[in-house]
Write a protein that binds this ligand. Structure first.
Ligand SMILES: O=C(O)CCC(=O)C(=O)O
Ligand SMILES: [Fe+2]
Length: 192
């Protein structure tokens, strides 16, 4: 076996398209790095509760969120370094990060696609997972709605092409039995 393959995790590709499709890269951050990043973010990020309109009612979003511009905001060095690692790894100039805190299995995000008008075409979205593993559901918008479930482990990246957002939805379903929190960081390339 070639030595490098011991350390280079094999990407697992679920969806192919004209760009890089949707794929999973485990072990981008080592367990201790992922744990440290998780602890720092849990304690230091500016988490907020949010509401949104649903069926003409204002409902709580079932998770906590935070967001930073990587090119403008003053970031703690450990967050800037993590972002830099993801940018280099995917050769993509990410300039924004959206954080999600799922306090336990009752927190979730409904199936959705990321809004294309806020994204630069042909640039991927990369989701870094920390804390408790949670399952992502990926689902084709068109019948017969082919679907995939991906267990997102701490330290992994789930990478989705810009193009994939037109044809597939993704979400983090509720997970009864999960008592530990998870944090995800969604890195994106946004217009100036
Ligand atoms: O937490 C995740 O893995 C997904 C988050 C997500 O889809 C988003 O922030 O748009
Ligand atoms: Fe999303």
């Amino acid at each position: 076996m070639h030595q490098a393959s011991l350390f280079a995790p094999t990407p697992q590709r679920f969806i192919a398209d004209d760009e890089d499709g949707v794929y999973y890269l485990p072990g981008v951050f080592a367990a201790d790095e992922a744990a440290q990043l998780f602890d720092s973010l849990l304690a230091r990020a500016e988490w907020s509760a949010c509401t949104r309109m649903m069926y003409e009612r204002l409902v709580d979003v079932p998770r906590r969120i935070a967001a930073y511009r990587l090119d403008r905001d003053r970031l703690p060095p450990w967050l800037a370094q993590a972002a830099q690692r993801v940018s280099v790894r995917l050769d993509t100039p990410f300039n924004s990060v959206g954080l999600n805190l799922y306090r336990d299995g009752a927190d979730s995000v409904a199936l959705h696609n990321d809004k294309l008008r806020d994204l630069i075409p042909a640039r991927p979205i990369a989701v870094l997972s920390l804390g408790a593993p949670r399952r992502m559901l990926l689902r084709a918008k068109r019948p017969p709605h082919r679907q995939w479930q991906v267990e997102l482990e701490p330290g992994s990246l789930l990478v989705m092409s810009h193009a994939s957002q037109r044809h597939y939805d993704h979400g983090i379903p509720k997970a009864p039995g999960v008592t530990a929190p998870r944090i995800s960081l969604a890195f994106r390339v946004r217009p100036g």
